[in-house]
Design a protein around this ligand. Structure first.
Ligand code: GDP
Length: 291
């Protein structure tokens, strides 16, 4: 299956809302219809107002023209956030993967690990989520599947201690990229952010070359934006992975993230399989959404 058709399948739920709403737009109320469509798919009120204003000014009631205006603004908004997360990274690199529980951190680490390994990198995983006992087992399965070493300790162990051990092992084994899973109890809990800061300090003591990757769940809609702000304030975010676009009709949240936060979007998740993680490509995304 081609890239575009696979992405279209992944975005099916959001696409359905889009096509049906565009279909229903009537001449008289075109401006308002565009606005409610953009809000309904979680693109955010500010973005919706901006697009609607331009459509009214330029396109008026012409639906086709409206769609082209929307396409142009979408690309202009998303393109600056497109980034190749690992492209210019110096090795050895440590990537701390953060995010609220259930967003898809462990799964995403498994997918990225497999991808990097296929590209020829020496990869190692660290089970830094010692709070949720299933996380360690899940990571072990991904490690086995892709023949990647996983460093872990017993449930309840100090995450910083697991990370410390993984850093030493990664160095000894000349690992290129160490992917660190972390716990994700709700970001409103002060302790989680403190724990992440501590892990970050442990990594920073060991290497200058670290990046943070934040995993956000598209089905949570607007909450994702708040989560991104909270994690960015606490530890800084170098890249975003937006998961579960396949399960959400609110895929437009990616637009709001792009418009409101200046954080690169590295990957999107459109399913649970190993091939369902895609580098974020703004033009392909917009084409998949609108065509
Ligand atoms: P964590 O708590 O953040 O580590 O989340 P998990 O990695 O355990 O993922 C939670 C659930 O989301 C699992 O059932 C995953 O299979 C599922 N999941 C992760 N990414 C995606 C995605 O892109 N699409 C779909 N449909 N499910 C996903």
């Amino acid at each position: 299956m081609g890239m575009l058709s696979a992405l279209k399948r992944g975005l099916a739920k959001t696409k359905t809302v889009f096509s049906a709403s565009i279909e229903a737009i009537q001449g008289q109320t075109a401006g308002e219809d565009w606005e409610s469509l953009l809000i309904a798919t979680d693109m955010g009120a500010a973005f919706a107002a901006r697009v609607t204003k331009q459509i009214k000014a330029q396109g008026g009631t012409d639906k086709k023209r409206g769609k082209e205006i929307l396409r142009e603004i979408l690309i202009a908004t998303l393109l600056p956030r497109q980034s190749d997360f690992f492209k210019d990274a110096k090795m050895p690199l440590v990537v701390m993967v953060i995010g609220v529980n259930g967003t898809g951190k462990t799964t995403t680490i498994g997918k990225i690990g497999g991808m990097l390994k296929n590209e020829g990198y020496r990869v190692m995983l660290c089970a830094g989520d010692t709070f949720r006992s299933a996380a360690k087992e899940q990571l072990a399965i991904w490690g086995e599947r892709n023949d990647i070493p996983v460093v872990s300790k017993v449930a309840g162990a100090d995450p910083a201690a697991v990370v410390f051990e993984a850093l030493a092992k990664a160095r000894a084994e000349k690992t290129d990229i160490l992917l660190v899973d972390t716990a994700g109890r709700l970001h409103t809990k002060f302790n989680l952010m403190e724990e992440l800061k501590k892990i970050k300090r442990v990594i920073a003591k060991d290497t200058q070359q670290m990046k943070t990757l934040l995993v956000l769940d598209a089905t949570t809609g607007q909450n994702a934006v708040g989560q991104a702000e909270a994690f960015n304030d606490a530890v800084g975010v170098d890249g975003i992975v937006l998961t579960k676009l396949d399960g959400s009709a609110k895929g437009g949240i990616i637009v709001r993230i792009a418009a409101e936060l200046s954080i690169p979007i590295a990957y999107i998740g459109v399913g649970e399989g190993v091939d369902d993680l895609r580098s974020f490509d703004a033009r392909t995304f917009v084409d998949a959404l609108l065509d």
